[in-house]
Ligand binder design. Structure first.
Ligand code: PEP
Ligand code: MN
Length: 364
């Protein structure tokens, strides 16, 4: 089964789950953390838009590590009431990036998880402080860090007795300049063999451009990522930082829908509890629903064409061919079962295609 390909049990260590609020990383679901690059004065409404788009958790960066000192450095303490209010209103957990040990002290126990950014990956006092806080830590890969260096950094947090670590691939420096960084999708299968920690991906800082984010996000999930961290803003062009890579809530929603279709197919084997297995079934049914909707649309178009050219609506030979076609791909089912299901599907699709509407344009 497809899902077994992502669980090479002979080589992989047992997977660990890390829970932030009620969001589980490393289980069957693939949560998406979203929000603007930096917390801005309108953050509470931004967070509402992320919630509505289906985000599971909020990016809530009040301190920003910027390449240039003249760039916006984040709202700092002033942003804290905003992120706490956003959490209260949406019920979503918040991920905040401390840049120093003082920030860890300020934020510990008040926010839901810490993000250690790429620039801080080897800031060992910060890693130790985040470890001591006992808070869940999302540890980003340094932009020029090897897998070994990244895992070594995670050991600073783990060594403090804090096992709640999630690794986040965010793109690395390569000779390529078209993208801001090069997303290293290989990190997912390779690290799967080396660590039990959940692995998530930030496609935003890898792409550097909004229109490339969906492809990278879905590639990451296809590779087995346990979650995504995405920069999104209600009006991307008005973002105070990283405007070029911010996606709209509409695009975020489309990515979340894509993840909802992909994830259950790829991650069914990760479900352990009855409730999770049911969640997988529900998700697969959602995917099945989407396929049925598309099939009904395709049938509607072919029906319109057939009626226009005076061909019969049903063609029994063709229906037998459709059944045989599917039966060859569904060895878990008897041919009779496939015939029963497909006959119902074909009847349903013809019924859903409705009466002939003469003025509708032919399918293009
Ligand atoms: C961020 O996620 O806000 C960020 C600065 O990313 P990175 O640390 O990966 O550069
Ligand atoms: Mn950013």
């Amino acid at each position: 089964m497809l899902t077994d390909l992502l669980n090479p049990t002979t080589t992989s260590p047992a997977r660990r789950r890390v829970t932030i609020g009620d969001v589980v990383f490393g289980g069957p679901a693939v949560p998406v953390i979203a929000g603007p690059c930096a917390v801005e004065p309108e953050y509470v409404s931004h967070a509402g838009a992320m919630h509505e788009a289906g985000a599971s958790m909020l990016r809530a960066s009040i301190f920003k590590p910027r390449t240039r000192p003249g760039s916006f450095q984040g709202m700092a303490e002033e942003g804290l009431p905003l992120v706490l209010e956003a959490r209260r209103l949406t019920g979503l957990p918040i991920l905040v990036e401390p840049l120093s040990e003082e920030h860890v002290e300020l934020l510990a126990g008040r926010v839901d998880a810490f993000m250690i950014g790429a620039r801080s990956m080897q800031n060992t006092p910060l890693l130790r402080a985040a470890g001591r806080s006992g808070m869940p830590v999302v540890l980003k890969r340094g932009m020029a860090a090897t897998y070994d260096e990244w895992l070594a950094a995670s050991e600073y947090v783990l060594a403090e007795g804090n096992e709640k670590v999630i690794l986040c691939e965010r793109g690395i420096r390569t000779f390529e300049t078209a993208t801001r960084n090069t997303l290293d999708v290989s990190a997912i299968p390779v690290l799967r063999e080396r660590t039990p920690l959940p692995l998530i991906v930030d496609p935003s800082h890898a792409a550097g451009r909004a229109d490339w984010v969906p492809a990278l996000a879905l590639a990451a999930v296809a590779a087995g990522a346990d979650g995504l961290l995405i920069e999104s803003h209600p009006v991307p062009a008005e973002s105070w930082s990283d405007a070029a890579q911010a996606i709209t809530p509409g695009t975020l929603e489309a990515i979340i829908a894509g993840v909802a279709v992909l994830a259950p197919m790829l991650r069914a084997g990760v479900a352990t509890e009855l409730s999770e297995q049911r969640q997988i079934i529900d998700s697969l049914d959602i995917a099945l629903g989407a396929v049925l909707q598309s099939r009904a649309g395709a049938v509607r178009r072919i029906q319109q064409d057939k009626r226009r050219s005076g061909l019969p609506v049903r063609d029994l030979d063709r229906e037998q061919e459709v059944i045989a076609h599917l039966a060859a791909r569904t060895p878990r089912f008897s041919r009779e079962a496939v015939a029963r299901v497909m006959t119902a599907v074909m009847d349903g699709c013809v019924e859903a295609s409705g009466p002939f509407v003469a003025e509708e344009a032919p399918a293009g």
